[in-house]
Structures are given as structure tokens and as C-alpha cells.
Design a protein around this ligand. Structure first.
Ligand SMILES: Cc1cc2nc3c(=O)[nH]c(=O)nc-3n(C[C@H](O)[C@H](O)[C@H](O)COP(=O)(O)OP(=O)(O)OC[C@H]3O[C@@H](n4cnc5c(N)ncnc54)[C@H](O)[C@@H]3O)c2cc1C
Length: 396
């Protein structure tokens, strides 16, 4: 018998007993619980499901128990993930910037006090985090940040601004790159600060997008306070932490198919729904070829991802491969969006109004957002630069 078989049986029995039926349906964009002081449950079932999973530490199954996790080995965590996916169980707590990005950085660079203070609150969904990296003059050229923090003995005083900060208006804390030595060379004078946003010195302004929706904000710091004990890593060495955290972000984005919410139909299902088939074969040969190419590339990505995880032996990607997977997964996701709209024909053109069902109205939004994902976390061009430099060792 495989060593994980007994665990798998236990997991399946527990999930079947504890995951409410409604939490086994695909979630809409607003249905996943995001945690934090402003987080809302979409239903009583969503709350029950979250509370049961939190009790077991399965909001972050592979984190150690003392930090609020489930204490599972990478193999056990994978079994849980596989069985949740097979049974259609929703994530009880969305995989946000706390779980997927700051958490791993805290494990690597945090003091014991920082880990004990912040990790359990992420695991229990009590605190929602946002990422304060980009600024008006610092996106691809991230080391150009100007937001500064002055040392005032037991605390820092922060002044400046952060741009494109996703969900800052719903977050409680922000992890932030700040300049602590303006005289040092670009990368050398940066520190990594954890800042409580619930204070007067911080103002958050949502940025309205062309769609009328807004996930982005600009954050303004005017003499905001950050405690000294919330400096992550050494003073002026924040660039090392920042780069490592970006690798975790890129890993997250390379697993879009696992974390994505939104349209439930695959391109194949869309083809069956909208186009004519002869003996199960799509008659439009141009679209058929695009569909087959997409399916093959998606399968190749999933298998490569799996292989890379297994080879790393730690349940996470080798740092050098994160840019490749981020680049390929987000570019492929863009192709998926284009393909689905092409397969849907005129039914893929609706933004609002009658004549389109709710799934159809979701597709153009997902298509548009897929383009944003090739920019977030470092644009595709930046990923290609990193691959050229760090993976292929090409001359600059
Ligand atoms: C959906 C989304 C969510 C985001 N969330 C956050 C967040 O929560 N927190 C945060 O801090 N930031 C966030 N961002 C910002 C994101 O990190 C930046 O948009 C990204 O790094 C690009 O920076 P920029 O917008 O300033 O573009 P620029 O850096 O001005 O780039 C403009 C164009 O030039 C290209 N370019 C720039 N430099 C080079 C080069 N050296 N070689 C080749 N091409 C180059 C880029 O690829 C891009 O196409 C988010 C962005 C998006 C789209």
C-alpha cells in the first residue's frame, strides 16, 4: 500500500463530511472569502467551510502548526489539494498576497517574533495584506522606488506613494519597499517594511478603470509610522527580500489554472456549446487547429510545472524557473481568452444587457484581465530579460 493511501482516505472522508454542497460549485469572482477586517462571507456555508478548514489548519496546509498551518508534509499537502480539486471544493480562504507571497518570505527572512506575530493571523484570515512595490516612476525599474523611510529610533516615518496597489482599500497591512539610504546605489538603499494601514498617515484612493471597476489603488504615506520590529530582513538589504518575494508571486501566477475563478467552461466545452461538430469533430478547421494547439500547450505546461515541483523536492518551484513559468502561464492564459471569444462568435462580445447569460458576460472580462496578468508581477518583457540573464546566462 502507498504510504499516502491511508491519509488520502482520511482526507476524502473528512472533505465529504465537512465541505457543504454549495462550496463544491465553482466560485464566482466575489464568492471566495478574502479574509481581513473587511472580508465578507458570501453565505453561511462559506463561513462554516472556512471555520472548519481553519480549525484543521488547512487554510495553509503545509505551514507548521505553531504558525497556524496544518503541519502537512509536501506529499500530504498535494494529496489534500488533489482531492479538493477532484471533489470541486472551493478554497476556504482565497490564496492572496499574505498566503502566497508574504508568508513564504516571512518563513525565510522573518525573526521568530515576526513569524509568531504575522503568520497565524494570515492563516486564520484575520489580516489581509497588500503589496506596496510599484510607484509612478518604478514599475519594471523597481529599484527606482522613491518612497522613503526615516529612522526615528524605535520606529520609521514613511513618506511617499505606491501605485497600482491591488486591493489596498480592502487590506489591513501593506508590505512595502522603502528607501532608507538615499545616498546608496539604487538597490543598496532599500528596506522591506511591514506597515499597519489603520493609521492617519495613510490614505488609500481607488483608481477607476475603463470598465468602471477598480481593484487598483494609489496609497499615500504622509508621516506614516512603521515600528522598527516590523523591518523584514536587514536595514538596506530589502532588495534581497523583495526579489525572493517576487519569485513567490511569479510561482502563484504560474498556477493560474488552479487559482483562477471565473468562467467555468474550458475552450473545448465552449467549442461544443457554440459550434457545429461532425461526429464530435469541430468542422471549422482554423479554430480546430488553434484549439488543439492550445490544449497541447496547456498540457505541456501542466506537466512541466508538475515535474519542476517534484524535482525541487520541497513542494515549491526552483527560484530560477519562476520567471519562465510566470511568462508562459500568463501568455497562455491570454491565448485561452482570445480563443474562447473566437469560439463564441457574437456571443463573446457582450459586456452588459440582454441577450447574454451570466457566463457569457464573464468571458470578455476574463479576456481583458488576462492581458493585465502579463504585466502584473513583472511584465512578460521583464520575465524574458530575467530568463536571458539568470537562466540562460546570456551577455547583457
Ligand atoms: C493586474 C495588476 C495588478 C498589480 N498589482 C500590483 C500590486 O498589488 N502592487 C504593486 O506594487 N504593483 C502592482 N502592479 C503593478 C505592476 O507590478 C507594474 O505594472 C509592472 O511592474 C509594470 O510596471 P509599469 O506599469 O510601471 O510599466 P513600465 O515599467 O513603465 O513598462 C512599460 C512597458 O515597457 C516595457 N519595459 C520596461 N522596461 C523594459 C525593459 N528593460 N526591457 C523590455 N521592456 C521593458 C514593459 O514590459 C511594458 O510593456 C499590478 C499591475 C497589474 C497589471
Amino acid at each position: 500500500m502507498e504510504p499516502l493511501d491511508a491519509f488520502r482516505r482520511e482526507v476524502v472522508a473528512w472533505l465529504e463530511d465537512n465541505c457543504p454542497r454549495s462550496q463544491r460549485e465553482p466560485a464566482g469572482p466575489e464568492e471566495l472569502y478574502q479574509g481581513g477586517s473587511k472580508g465578507c462571507f458570501s453565505s453561511q456555508d462559506a463561513r462554516t467551510w472556512f471555520e472548519r478548514m481553519r480549525e484543521k489548519g488547512w487554510t495553509v496546509p503545509d505551514w507548521p502548526r505553531e504558525y497556524g498551518g496544518g503541519g502537512l508534509s509536501p506529499g500530504q499537502a498535494k494529496v489534500l489539494k488533489t482531492e479538493m480539486k477532484r471533489l470541486g471544493c472551493r478554497p476556504p480562504l482565497a490564496t492572496g498576497q499574505g498566503i502566497a507571497m508574504l508568508g513564504p518570505a516571512l518563513f525565510e527572512y522573518g525573526s521568530e517574533q515576526q513569524k509568531r506575530e504575522h503568520l497565524p493571523r494570515i492563516a486564520r484570515g484575520e489580516v489581509r495584506w497588500c503589496q506596496g512595490y510599484s510607484e509612478p516612476g518604478a514599475g519594471s525599474d523597481l529599484a527606482n522606488i522613491q518612497c522613503r523611510a526615516e529612522d526615528k529610533g524605535d520606529h520609521f516615518v514613511v513618506n511617499g506613494t505606491k501605485l497600482w496597489t491591488s486591493n489596498a482599500d480592502r487590506a489591513d497591512w501593506i508590505f512595502c519597499l522603502v528607501r532608507t539610504d538615499p545616498k546608496a546605489a539604487k538597490q543598496a538603499g532599500i528596506s522591506f517594511l511591514l506597515i499597519d494601514m489603520r493609521q492617519n498617515g495613510i490614505e488609500v484612493r481607488p483608481i477607476e478603470l475603463i470598465s468602471g471597476e477598480s481593484d487598483f489603488c494609489q496609497v499615500f504615506f504622509e508621516n506614516a509610522r512603521a515600528e522598527k520590529h516590523n523591518l523584514l530582513g536587514d536595514l538596506n538589504r530589502g532588495w534581497t527580500v523583495a526579489k525572493r518575494l517576487l519569485q513567490h508571486e511569479r510561482t502563484l501566477m504560474s498556477q493560474l489554472s488552479e487559482i483562477a475563478v471565473g468562467p467555468k467552461f474550458s475552450p473545448g466545452e465552449v467549442a461544443r456549446r457554440y459550434l457545429s461538430l461532425e461526429n464530435g469533430v469541430l468542422t471549422n478547421s482554423g479554430l480546430r487547429e488553434q484549439l488543439v494547439r492550445y490544449e497541447m500547450d496547456a498540457m505541456a505546461l501542466a506537466l512541466s510545472n508538475q515535474k519542476a515541483f517534484e524535482e525541487s523536492g520541497q513542494g515549491r518551484l526552483d527560484p530560477n524557473s519562476t520567471s519562465f513559468f510566470k511568462y508562459y502561464a500568463t501568455e497562455l492564459d491570454k491565448r485561452r481568452g482570445e480563443l474562447k471569444l473566437a469560439l463564441m462568435g457574437t456571443q463573446g462580445l457582450g459586456w452588459s444587457g440582454p441577450g447574454f447569460d451570466s457566463d457569457e458576460l464573464m468571458e470578455p472580462r476574463t479576456w481583458a484581465f488576462s492581458k493585465a496578468l502579463t504585466i502584473a508581477g513583472g511584465s512578460s518583457e521583464v520575465q524574458l530579460n530575467v530568463i536571458a540573464k539568470r537562466v540562460l546566462d546570456l551577455p547583457e
